[in-house]
Design a protein around this ligand. Structure first.
Ligand SMILES: *Cc1c(COP(=O)(O)O)cnc(C)c1O
Length: 364
């Protein structure tokens, strides 16, 4: 198969899904895949055996969830336009408004639909301002318990999303307690509560049993169905970006240019100024791996290898599923990576290829 391509490995996806299913079994919490993190629908059949549905951040995502992923479909968006609302409702089981203003604006249109409201508890675990829902002046959800209480009779659920790659159960527990202290009275009036995504509960060594117990007691205390909205936790480690070295140079450091671009194919890493990952990253030879776009800083990172790199060598970047495939773009006209799936029996299947026509069709 010709590089570059994203390779989704079902045998690496499965352990995450099994943990998600275990958590539902032991806590009662349902898990919905957050499509903004991962929307490669060719593996949705497998994922839907272990998860309860999808949640979304736009009309197109909610529609994709409805059409491609069995189970429940939650609609959420920071703001809906008038012309979107009918189609959003048609494709969703629940709609979660970001503000009381939007709830009221679409009160008639959404009459009879299950409705919820996003709440901003004002605390989070994000280490990046860019991704911090609790940043100062945040537009992400309503924050005043008194104002939320006034519209409680128009909704049956609330959504809190304030965790971000949080692998510390005690911190999660502490923030949930803050949420209970501040919003407990209105939570008790609801039928369902979504605690959002950002909990890294599929990670190595995460105390899943403690999380399950905490979620179960929360659900019992308030008489609510709990939902989680894992994105990264569902697909972490499940895909790689497969590339080939095209050329090598030396300019104070060993440079290898590959048939891909971090700006075009792993954009999230550039945004957060993080290097890509190569395993095992050991050996005596250090090389800077560079993209083939003409952006000077199109650099995947510096990695160690057992032997000097040369044109034709194959490399594999780890963790290419979350916030990666959804952000690929046509910068520099660099060929978009194909998408391949490694099935549980080891066979690899190409599910999508991109060519010049796709590039041309992306603009006009
Ligand atoms: C981004 C997002 C998620 C998924 O977050 P992860 O960190 O990928 O788990 C879930 N819910 C909402 C509302 C989000 O914005």
């Amino acid at each position: 198969m010709r590089t570059p391509y994203y390779l989704i490995d079902k045998s690496r996806l499965l352990p995450n899904l099994e943990k998600i299913a275990w958590l539902r079994e032991n806590s009662g919490a349902k898990s919905l895949l957050a499509l903004k993190c991962f929307a490669t629908w060719s593996v949705f059949d497998l994922m839907s055996d272990y998860m309860d549905g999808t949640t979304s951040s736009s009309l197109y995502e909610v529609r994709l969830g409805k059409e491609k992923f069995a189970g429940e479909t939650h609609a959420y968006s920071v703001a809906y336009a008038d012309h979107e609302i009918a189609e959003v409702l048609e494709h969703s089981d629940k709609i979660i408004f970001n503000s009381i203003g939007q709830l009221q604006k679409f009160a008639d249109a959404s009459q009879g639909h299950i409705r919820g409201l996003r709440v901003n508890p004002g605390v989070s675990t994000s280490e990046f301002d860019l991704a911090d829902p609790a940043r100062p002046f945040s537009r992400l959800g309503e924050h005043d318990p008194a104002e939320i209480a006034q519209v409680a009779d128009q909704i049956s659920g609330l959504m809190f999303h304030n965790n971000c790659e949080n692998d510390d159960f005690d911190r999660f527990d502490e923030m949930l307690t803050l949420i209970e202290d501040r919003f407990g009275a209105v939570i008790a009036k609801m039928d369902w509560i979504s605690l959002g995504g950002g909990i890294h509960f599929t990670g190595e060594g995460y105390p899943l049993d403690r999380l399950a117990a905490r979620l179960k007691s929360f659900a019992t205390t308030y008489g609510v169905q709990v939902y989680l909205e894992p994105g990264e936790a569902a697909i972490t480690g499940a895909a790689t970006l497969e590339v080939t070295v095209l050329d090598t140079m030396h300019n104070g450091k060993n440079l290898a240019i590959v048939d891909s671009s971090i700006e075009a194919h792993m954009l999230d890493l550039i945004i957060y100024r993080e290097p890509a990952k190569i395993a095992p990253n050991t050996g005596d030879h250090e090389w800077m791996i560079c993209g083939k776009s003409c952006l000077a800083g199109d650099i995947f990172g510096e990695f160690r290898f057992d032997a000097p790199l040369k044109a034709g060598d194959r490399l594999s970047f780890q963790d290419a599923a979350g916030y990666t495939m959804v952000k690929k773009n046509w910068f520099n006209g660099v060929k978009m990576p194909s998408i391949a799936i490694r099935e549980l029996d080891g066979t690899v299947r190409l599910v999508r290829d991109f060519d010049y026509d796709d590039f041309a069709a992306a603009l006009s």
